[in-house]
Write a protein that binds this ligand. Structure first.
Ligand SMILES: [Zn+2]
Ligand SMILES: [Zn+2]
Length: 328
């Protein structure tokens, strides 16, 4: 069993300015309902880049001070006196949406959209996050891996590009849209049937040609680029669905509301978080059964001490998904 030291290395967002600081802090002491996780891996999400920059999005989603990192996994090395659901030595991942359990949405089983949501890695209701060697997490927000190798448990973040998706249960055709040729070739590797370079091609005419002028059944918008999103309603076919995952920083505007929205009888679905813990179980099953291979999306694995390099790679577009190791 791992021996828990008194001090640890962590990243900290101390003030409302750009960047993080690498420093030494005491290892937290668990309360009766908490566990201490020795963090093996923490991955960097798109929202972490907003937090790093401390832009307008960060001001909405976070409160300083906090340890960043909300996609973390590791081994339980200490448990509080009242913890029964998690055991020492188990591999867990952190559900970063800390729901209250008592509001209207929580009672409906929708902790992911809790009215009093706290958030791990965002300074909301906790200063804890995954960019540290030992993290204190309430046991009820730990997902215990059942079948998987623990190393893949960092994967419930957002995708890196905008997908125009034609999905009926399992997608027959998937069109990946981006402006970066490397990401487009990655999309092909990951199973996209077609890719469209928005910087070189007219997305509207390509989508219409590919779909026999019908438009696509579902768009999963993960780029957050307002200009792209504004025109993408015209790519949907009648009865289609728009799924918003990306975080637009500007207002949204649809030019032809009647023909592109109302008369299409569309469904708008916005995604904040995941079903707790149903989505975890589904993802674990997909990965365990080999139906999804997330490996190609990981462009870099780095020691956490190289965090400056990691964020530089991400902000210059030279990386896709980066996984940090806080123990080195
Ligand atoms: Zn709630
Ligand atoms: Zn994330």
């Amino acid at each position: 069993m791992a021996v828990v030291p008194e001090e640890m290395t962590c990243l900290l967002k101390e003030k409302e300015n750009e960047g993080y600081t690498l420093l030494t802090r005491p290892v937290p002491v668990p309360g009766p309902a908490d566990v201490i996780i020795k963090v093996d891996r923490v991955s960097i999400c798109g929202s972490d880049i907003n937090l790093w920059k401390w832009n307008d999005v960060a001001r909405v989603i976070a409160t300083v001070p906090f340890i960043p990192g909300h996609e973390a996994t590791g081994e339980v090395v200490a448990v509080g006196s009242g913890v029964t659901e998690v055991k020492l030595g188990q591999r867990v991942a952190v559900e970063n949406h800390y729901y209250c359990g008592t509001c209207y949405q929580c009672k409906e089983g929708r902790g992911d959209i809790c009215q009093r949501l706290s958030q791990y890695g965002h300074g909301r209701g906790t200063d804890q996050g995954g960019c540290c060697q030992y993290s204190c997490v309430p046991a009820r927000f730990c997902y215990v891996w059942r079948t998987m190798q623990w190393r893949i448990s960092v994967w419930l973040g957002r995708t890196c590009w905008c997908w125009a998706v034609d999905l009926w249960d399992w997608a027959r055709e998937v069109y990946g849209v981006d402006v970066d040729p490397e990401r487009l070739s990655l999309a092909l590797q990951m199973g996209a049937t077609e890719v469209i370079n928005g910087a070189k091609e007219n997305i509207t005419s390509v989508v219409m040609n590919l779909s026999n002028k019908n438009g696509v059944g579902r768009i999963v918008e993960a780029s957050g680029a307002a200009s792209l999103l504004n025109q993408s309603f015209s790519w949907l076919r009648k009865g289609g669905q728009m799924v918003l995952i990306g975080l637009p920083k500007e207002p949204l505007h649809v030019e032809n509301v009647l023909t592109d929205v109302v008369f299409k009888s569309l469904t708008l679905k916005t995604v904040h978080g995941r079903r707790i813990f149903h989505t975890w179980e589904e993802c674990e099953r997909l990965l365990a059964d080999g139906l999804v291979n997330v490996g190609p999306v990981v462009s870099h694995r780095l020691p956490m001490t190289q965090y400056l390099h990691a964020f530089n790679l991400l902000m210059t577009g030279a990386a896709c998904k980066i996984i940090l190791d806080p123990q080195h």
